[in-house]
Design a protein around this ligand. Sequence first.
Ligand code: ZN
Length: 195
Amino acid sequence: MALKIVSVGDPVLRQRARALSAEEIVSPEMQRLIEQMRETMHAAPGVGLAAPQIGQSLQLAVIEDRAEYHRTLAPAQMAERERQPVAFHVIINPELHLLPGAQPEFFEGCLSLPGLTAIVPRSRTVRVECLDHRGKPQVITASGWYARILQHEIDHLHGTVYVDRMHSRSLSTMENYQQHWQGRPVASIIHELER
Ligand code: ZN
C-alpha cells in the first residue's frame, strides 16, 4: 500500500532526520516501512524517496531508476545526463562526500513539490558511506544522474529541498517546462533567464 507523500510546508521536510540503530534497521517494523516506501516510490512514480517525505524523520531513503522511466529521453539526453538504470536499494545513515570536478546543471523535480521543476547544479561524482537494508556498511561511488539522485535524497535527510540549491529564476511548472524549456541546452536557458 502506497503511503501519503508530504509536500513542502510540512515541517518534517525541514528537520534533520535521526540516525537508525542496527537493531532498528533489521526490525520487522523497519523492514515493513522500507517495503512501503518502495511501493510508494513506484506508485508515484519517482527515482528516490526519503523517509521525511512520508512523514518519518529517519535517515533512510530508497532509490531505483528503472529503464522504463527513460523512454521519453533521447539517447543524447541520456548521455548528457549520464543516466543509466539503478537497481533498487536502500541507504541508511548516509555520509555524503562531494568529489571535486564538474557541477552539471539540469532540471530536476521532487515528489514533495508536485508539478514543479527547476535547474539545480549538483556535483558530478560523489562517494556515499551508508548502511544497506540489512545494516551492512556500503560504500557507493556514483557519477552523473545517480550521483544527482543520491545528493537529492541525502539533502532530504538534512532538511534541505532542491529549491534551496536551484537557479531560482528557472523554477517552472511542468507544463511550462514542456512548452518552453524542455530539450534546450541548460546553459542557454540560464543565460536567457539570468541576464
Ligand atoms: Zn525530493
